[in-house]
Design a protein around this ligand. Structure first.
Ligand code: DHB
Length: 314
């Protein structure tokens, strides 16, 4: 069975990646994901120009009954130069295409990091994160359609390497139409949907308190509780975006059938976030073999045979 996938000229022998933010902040963590036999590659922690410690702890919490996770990490990261050094060092030693994620706190920080990437010999894919919900006082760019149009217009005026965007979930058909209309104006290599469902709240019944410290307990939701939202966003964008914009489906994957569903809805690659936190690296082999079993039962030999072929009811 062939589980490979492509984005532009980049080939992935396995369709699974870590979701940005999970097991990807330090070189030791990145090495683990990159080195795993069942990952297509690694997505590095979203970088800011300078290192950041992130928000105070507790800042990540697993909800009971496997519902999912809530986090407000606040962009802890080692800074742009660290990830540039890591990627440049590794890209000569692996044929897995590395994803360099950037999340500037301002428009100008994003453009400055894109200039540095353009001027470097980094030869992987760049993911511009327009959807971090956890920095106090900084709204998610991709919920501001004018700001999104503006950053992409300025970026593509000079940026010529493969570039994608990480999007937050949208919840209205008109918003799917609006964001797709903007994205279709640009030669994007991919869109990654969804980031966490922003600003949820969880309560500990024993203490009657919130469960994470930053932002009075408000944080991004992930895991099974966001699965239907992820599926809807992948499908809504696949049916609206130019066919040459590939889609990375992220959100709520805990088993092979979840990945199958995202691919059926149009995903080219699939990322695992919360479940990688919960289960660790073995999740990649497990979910891949479960995906292969679903395909086997349906007599599919590769992902293209069923990708984006979800049907509506007559
Ligand atoms: C963080 C969370 C996100 O969802 C994101 O896209 C970037 C950063 C964080 O809290 O660190």
């Amino acid at each position: 069975m062939d589980l490979s996938a492509t984005i532009g000229n980049f080939k992935f022998e396995h369709p699974f990646l870590n979701a940005a933010g999970v097991m990807c902040q330090t070189a030791a963590e990145l090495d683990q994901v990159l080195g795993d036999d069942y990952t297509g590659s690694v997505v590095m922690k979203s970088a800011t120009p300078s290192p950041r410690p992130g928000n105070p702890s507790p800042r990540y919490y697993e909800l009971p009954s496997g519902l999912g996770t809530i986090n407000s990490m606040g962009l802890p990261n080692e800074g742009f130069d660290y990830y540039m050094d890591y990627a440049r060092q590794k890209q000569t030693k692996t044929n897995k295409p590395i994803f360099f994620s950037i999340a500037g706190l301002t428009h100008d920080e994003n453009l400055a990091m894109l200039h540095q990437l353009q001027d470097s010999d980094f030869d992987g894919l760049v993911e511009l994160n327009l959807s971090c919900p956890n920095v106090p006082g900084k709204p998610q760019t991709a919920y501001d359609f004018e700001a999104t149009q503006s950053i992409l217009t300025e970026a593509f005026a000079f940026f010529k390497k493969p570039l994608g965007v990480k999007l937050p979930p949208y919840f209205d058909i008109v918003h799917f139409d609006m964001i797709a209309k903007i994205l279709n104006q640009f030669p994007l290599a991919f869109v990654n949907t969804i980031n966490s469902v922003g600003n949820g709240l969880a309560i500990d019944p024993d203490t009657d308190t919130v469960v994470i410290k930053p932002k009075h307990g408000f944080g991004g939701l992930g895991g099974p509780m966001v699965k239907a939202t992820a599926l809807a966003n992948v499908n809504a964008l696949r049916t609206r975006l130019n066919p040459d914009i590939k889609i990375i489906g992220t959100g709520g994957v805990t088993k092979g059938r979840d990945a199958y569903n995202l691919i059926l809805a149009g995903a080219d690659l699939v990322e695992i976030g919360s479940q990688l936190m919960v289960e660790g690296l073995p999740v990649f082999q497990r979910v891949e073999s479960e995906l292969a079993a679903v395909m086997q039962a349906k007599n599919y030999q590769n992902l293209t045979e069923f990708r984006a072929s979800l049907k509506a009811l007559d």
